[in-house]
Design a protein around this ligand. Structure first.
Ligand SMILES: Cc1cc2nc3c(=O)[nH]c(=O)nc-3n(C[C@H](O)[C@H](O)[C@H](O)COP(=O)(O)OP(=O)(O)OC[C@H]3O[C@@H](n4cnc5c(N)ncnc54)[C@H](O)[C@@H]3O)c2cc1C
Ligand SMILES: NC(=O)c1ccc[n+]([C@@H]2O[C@H](COP(=O)([O-])OP(=O)(O)OC[C@H]3O[C@@H](n4cnc5c(N)ncnc54)[C@H](OP(=O)(O)O)[C@@H]3O)[C@@H](O)[C@H]2O)c1
Ligand SMILES: Cc1cc2nc3c(=O)[nH]c(=O)nc-3n(C[C@H](O)[C@H](O)[C@H](O)COP(=O)(O)O)c2cc1C
Length: 1115
């Protein structure tokens, strides 16, 4: 290693990274090239012989290794197969194509490796425009306009880079001939003097030879000279509206303003070559933002604007003797004025102190992370007050790492013109391209941006709404972006840092937990946020599931990089450099205020993405299923779309009204769908079909026994269902896990529905839904019908029984479609009003909770076609049941305790409704296959420390999982476990005569030592006051609970309805307060600690108790 001393702090840094440096000798034993501007070995000249295939392979191999290592996926299968692919491609073609993610990684790493750049702390925040597919200068020009617009961002400058095609050979080269995208011209006067920026004299003269006519001023924007595919370059005038300039003025003195000086806001270097793993990109304009001293030098250097003397004179300084330090004074005042002017105009700029301080932080961080940080001291120390900045005192090694930024000769030095006549002709107008280019239409900008900005819409859902909303979001985003919808469990989290725009739509389940298909994503995201890596894959699904409510309590970090932040230099180094520094994001949560942790998972995702320093383009949106969920979502979707357009500078290009209208449109064109009789008249196996449809491994079970656990006096039913697994190797579970069941809709309801369909086929005909598509071919476009992929070919009866949800009240969207096919004006209007999803809809839904048949009865003139329902109805979802048996006691079987749901709508006055799944389970015969799967509930398992005391609180059907617990303990005792363990059961029901579930079994379990204590709370016992489980905890067993939880480090389990769980939770806090003398804050901390120690376990069924009242109170 090399030891690097900081002479200011005496701190020593060790650099080991240099051993990975490319063998490019900057210096040799005879001489040091430290101050050479363009060391020959940093120059990639296209006239030199091409690098050998072996050296390209070496670079490629190293780069691919770096890329996979960065994702902690080195030595994975993906790594080795990518490497093999790359090497094979180099063998056969001499090069290879970088994937989009490799390109982004390569671009950022090249910046990170650039020894001369002082602003590298920002290396991770670089937006990449991938324009490797452009074929003409026109397309290059369009892309550059997009780049400038995005980078400028009204002064809040953003770093970005545009990749044009890589080098194949010089004959097909793409290049930007300008050294920066924005440059001022320079005119030689007859007396030999120069007007403008002398740095650009050669290019100005070349442009003029090609027909450009400058105005002869000091700050004329040079046109772009672009070369595509090895052809002669062409001129494009820079649209003035894309170039932001700052007029320079001094904060206190007026001499500067009178000098009429200005400078452009975006420094976009365009003549550097990027070598990424042996692939060379000679045309890659990129920009950061200015450090003030750079502009200062441009204006005062004698080889540039050379303004130092006029300025000193204007300031009245003594320029006669150097010791008056007039030069220093003038430079200093100019630098001050530059910073002042940019800051006053809200244009990003940094001063050299902040820049170097941030570099030192970056340096120290890089030494820690990578074992070193290459740096060119000569360039890093600023041109003014060098020793007053910290880099001055730091020893730094200079070396070249690949990916790297390299110099290349100016193209006019080697390019062989095809149109030699035109080049020689002087001042001959050649405005063809130039004139055209001025027309930067907004349509063009929109197209150019949309081609490039990919948007990923990630969703997680339990019952399908988040998915449906994601599709709506995709619809609106496709007006300006390239949006795709991906389920969280199908998403490779390694892509996260490469996203440009990430939208998350997710619901919350359990009690503040992610939906099942969001669990892995959630764990990985947490892990990345915590450890900065996703290295450790989750052990198994759900095992690491953390309680997400605790994440939401963390203060969200809103670190949007605003111009205000940026131009205040003291905040500069706090600008994000996290993993997602480049990712713009927004989150929408679906939830219900009936739950204490409303939209908790969405909040957790929002917070974590923010902590990883993603840029939040819109505050989180929330949709409460109790009230106006869809309306909230549509409002949010409009706002987030607008915010995204603003962020990507598409405001002027997008017609927001059109886009917003797409949110309102119903998107079902009847003529594009039809139902046809299927060729094969065989019904599919519904278990297999459901498996495919829901991407879940389902196994069929059969009913062995069903028993009503309530007495005949009760009038309600809670049933014990004993199912037999068809295959003993599947559906393995532990006590505490859930069984997922796909139910069947009530046959009578299905029949009633089919009778209302206009074109219904008979009961035994297998049909399929077809959608009309259009194919574009070279002989013309033709339309064809294709099978819709959502549903299989089956009878209508099977579709409505097994696959589609016909009982959940229709969405506003569906009602709108009904209004369109209703032939009665009054009904149609009523449906349309409901279809707006506003308060009328909410009231109607709340009061009637209508199923589909009831809706069609209420609006009988709706002429509904089978295709409409097959296409639009949501899928029938699985229901979960806490497993009520132990596999040790009942191998091959799974038991559930099911409360059979029946209720009258309209608060008791409406028609009788039957819960789909509970009624199905109450009616199945032993012939029928029940499609099942197991959902693990690792946070609800018995303690791993087997003698840990437990309290189990489960009123009503909440007792379900505890039956599996006591059965498990019985089996353990039978195998020799001690009986001296505390397992206290607290059950609640109405009264001992009606619904004291499992009374006998509990007594037996007590005798066998599996349950140590059993308590009951009767809420409707005649002549006695109402008692709930929480009352028993508070009034009867408060000290016992405290002792068990606090003194004996016990576990607390609660299962059932969410309101009950919340009240029990509150009661436990009171118990801790009273018995432990804790303050409310201490109790809060105590319970949080219990949760993270996995001693507080909740199994939430949802809103099951007094559903109507709860909904009403929340409305
Ligand atoms: C993790 C988990 C574990 C569960 N474990 C069990 C268990 O062990 N045992 C058990 O019985 N259930 C359990 N449930 C609940 C179960 O999943 C189902 O929700 C329940 O069986 C009802 O389903 P269903 O298809 O019969 O009713 P659905 O057809 O889904 O009807 C229920 C819906 O009807 C409406 N509704 C119900 N009552 C009223 C009312 N009075 N007024 C107006 N509307 C009303 C509500 O919108 C409610 O959501 C659990 C749920 C979860 C999430
Ligand atoms: N998704 C669903 O909609 C769904 C799912 C499952 C069950 N259900 C329905 O929900 C009901 C629940 O059935 P169940 O057997 O689980 O329970 P239950 O028998 O209705 O209730 C069990 C006990 O809990 C009490 N209780 C009510 N509110 C409570 C609270 N806030 N805190 C503590 N205890 C409370 C009840 O008292 P009181 O009733 O006397 O107040 C009763 O003593 C049934 O009507 C069933 O049809 C609905
Ligand atoms: C068992 C259960 C638990 C739930 N838990 C929560 C919760 O903790 N917080 C919340 O805001 N919503 C909760 N909800 C409500 C859902 O998030 C809400 O119904 C949402 O609209 C479902 O969207 P999805 O179809 O995309 O899953 C829960 C719903 C159920 C059925």
């Amino acid at each position: 290693f090399a030891s690097l001393k900081n002479w200011e702090t005496n701190q020593d840094f060790r650099d080991t990274l240099h051993v990975k440096a490319c063998p490019i000798n900057r210096c040799n034993p005879e001489k040091c090239n430290g101050s050479i501007m363009q060391p020959p070995n940093m120059m990639r000249d296209p006239r030199d012989p091409k690098p050998s295939m072996d050296s390209i392979k070496e670079l490629a191999k190293d780069f691919i290794n770096q890329y996979f290592t960065s994702m902690k996926r080195n030595d994975s299968e993906a790594h080795s197969s990518r490497l093999a692919e790359v090497l094979a491609s180099i063998s056969s073609t001499g090069t290879y194509e970088l994937t989009k993610n490799e390109l982004i990684f390569g671009a950022k790493t090249a910046w990170r490796n650039a020894p001369r750049c002082v602003g590298r702390i920002q290396w991770n925040k670089l937006h990449v425009f991938d324009c490797r597919k452009v074929t003409s200068t026109r397309e290059m020009f369009d892309a550059i306009c997009v780049h400038l617009k995005y980078a400028t961002n009204k002064g809040n400058i953003r770093s970005c880079i545009t990749f044009f095609p890589p080098r194949n050979d010089v004959k097909t080269e793409f290049r930007v001939w300008n050294s920066q995208l924005i440059r001022y011209a320079c005119y030689r006067q007859e007396d030999g003097s120069l007007v403008g920026d002398p740095a650009n004299l050669e290019l100005t003269e070349l442009c003029m030879r090609l027909g450009w006519k400058g105005k002869g001023g000091r700050f004329d924007l040079l046109p772009l000279l672009l070369q595509a595919n090895g052809e002669d370059p062409e001129l494009y005038e820079l649209p003035a509206n894309l170039v932001l300039e700052v007029k320079l003025r001094h904060p206190e003195q007026d001499w500067l303003e009178q000098m009429n000086l200005k400078w452009y806001a975006v420094p976009a270097v365009s003549n550097i070559l990027l070598d990424i793993g042996g692939v060379e990109f000679p045309a890659v304009p990129f920009n950061g933002w200015f450090m003030g001293t750079e502009i200062g030098r441009d204006l005062v250097d004698t080889s540039r604007y050379n303004m130092i003397l006029p300025m000193a004179e204007a300031m009245g300084l003594n320029t006669k003797k150097t010791s008056s330090l007039w030069k220093d004074k003038a430079i200093l005042e100019l630098n001050l004025a530059i910073l002042h002017s940019f800051q006053s105009d809200n244009v990003t700029i940094m001063d050299h102190h902040v820049a170097t301080e941030s570099f030192m932080k970056h340096f120290a961080n890089e030494v820690k992370l990578r074992g070193g940080c290459p740096g060119d001291w000569v360039w890093l120390v600023p041109p003014v007050s060098g020793s007053a900045t910290p880099v001055f005192h730091q020893e730094i090694l200079n070396y070249t790492l690949n990916p790297s930024c390299l110099y290349q000769p100016d193209p006019w030095q080697y390019y062989k013109w095809k149109d030699t006549v035109m080049v020689k002709r002087k001042n001959k107008l050649h405005f063809k391209e130039l004139a055209k280019s001025v027309m930067v239409t907004s349509r063009m900008m929109k197209k150019a941006m949309a081609n490039r900005i990919k948007t990923t819409i990630l969703y997680a859902t339990e019952t399908g709404k988040s998915y449906a909303y994601s599709l709506i979001l995709q619809e609106i985003f496709n007006h300006a972006f390239d949006a795709k919808v991906v389920a969280m469990d199908q998403y490779d989290i390694c892509n996260l840092e490469y996203e440009s725009m990430l939208l998350v739509v997710t619901s919350t389940f359990g009690n503040g937990d992610p939906p099942e298909n969001g669990e892995n994503f959630a764990q990985m995201l947490q892990k990345i946020a915590r450890d900065g890596t996703d290295e450790q894959k989750p052990r198994k699904r759900g095992v690491l599931r953390r309680r997400f409510q605790s994440v939401t309590t963390a203060t969200p970090i809103y670190r949007r990089v605003s111009s205000k932040q940026l131009d205040v230099s003291r905040d500069f180094d706090s600008v994000s450099q996290g993993l997602l520094a480049n990712v713009k994001f927004a989150v929408f949560g679906l939830g219900s205020r009936a739950y204490p942790h409303f939209c908790a998972f969405a909040h957790a995702v929002d917070t974590l993405l923010g902590e990883l320093e993603g840029e939040r383009v819109k505050e989180i949106g929330e949709g409460d299923e109790m009230c106006g969920q869809e309306e909230c979502f549509r409002n949010w979707a409009q706002q987030v779309f607008k915010a995204a357009c603003d962020t990507f500078c598409l405001q002027e290009e997008v017609n927001l009204e059109d886009a917003n209208a797409s949110l309102k449109s119903t998107k079902f064109d009847k003529s594009n769908f039809r139902v046809t009789v299927s060729d094969v008249q065989v019904e599919p196996n519904y278990v297999e079909t459901l498996s495919k449809m829901h991407r879940k491994k389902l196994s069929p079970c059969r009913l062995i026994r069903r028993k009503n656990l309530q007495s005949e006096k009760s009038g309600r039913s809670t049933i014990l269902i004993q199912l037999e697994k068809k295959n003993s190797d599947v559906l393995n579970f532990q006590p505490g896990d859930h069984l997922g069941i796909y139910p069947r809709n009530d046959p009578a309801l299905v029949k009633a529905l089919i009778s209302k369909i206009r074109d219904a086929t008979d009961d035994s005909t297998v049909v399929r839904l077809e959608v009309q598509d259009e194919k574009k071919t070279f002989i013309g476009n033709f339309k064809y019908w294709d099978a819709d992929t959502r549903l299989p070919s089956c009878t209508l009866t099977m579709a409505f029984s097994r696959f589609l949800d016909i009982t959940t009240p229709p969405t506003p969207q569906l009602l709108k479609l009904f209004s369109e096919c209703n032939v009665n004006e009054e009904q149609s209007t009523a449906l349309r009003i409901l279809g707006q999803g506003e308060s009328e809809y909410e009231d109607w839904k709340f009061s009637n909770n209508p199923n589909l048949v009831e809706v069609l009865n209420e609006f009988p003139s709706t002429q509904v076609d089978a295709s409409l329902l097959l296409k639009q109805l949501p899928l029938l979802q699985a229901r979960y049941y806490s497993i009520s048996s132990s596999p040790d006691v009942y191998p091959g079987e799974i038991h559930c305790t099911v409360s059979v749901v029946t209720y009258h709508t309209r608060g008791g006055d409406g028609p009788l409704h039957h819960g789909v799944c509970s009624s199905y389970l109450n009616s199945i015969t032993d012939e029928e296959e029940v499609p099942c799967f197991v959902r693990m509930a690792p946070t609800f398992h018995l303690p791993t420390k087997e003698d840990a005391p437990c309290i189990l609180v489960g009123p009503g059907t909440g007792i379900a999982p505890f039956r599996s617990f006591w059965q498990h303990r019985i089996s353990q005792i039978q195998k020799g476990a001690s009986k001296d363990r505390t397992m206290a059961l607290l059950f609640g029901c109405r009264n001992p005569q009606q619904d004291h579930l499992y009374k006998d079994e509990v007594e037996t379990a007590m005798k066998q030592g599996a349950i140590s204590h059993a308590y009951t709370a009767f809420s409707r016992e005649e002549g006695k006051p109402k008692q709930y489980v929480q009352d028993v905890i508070m009034n009867d067993i408060s000290e016992f609970v405290f002792d068990l939880i606090h003194t004996r480090n016990g576990h607390f389990y609660v299962c059932g309805d969410v309101t009950m769980a919340a009240e029990v939770h509150r009661t436990l806090k009171d118990v801790l307060c009273i018995n432990g003398g804790m303050t409310p804050e201490q109790v809060e901390e105590y319970i949080t600690a219990m949760k993270s120690e996995d001693r507080y376990h909740e199994d939430i069924f949802g809103v099951t108790l007094r559903t109507y009242e709860v909904n009403r109170s929340l409305r």
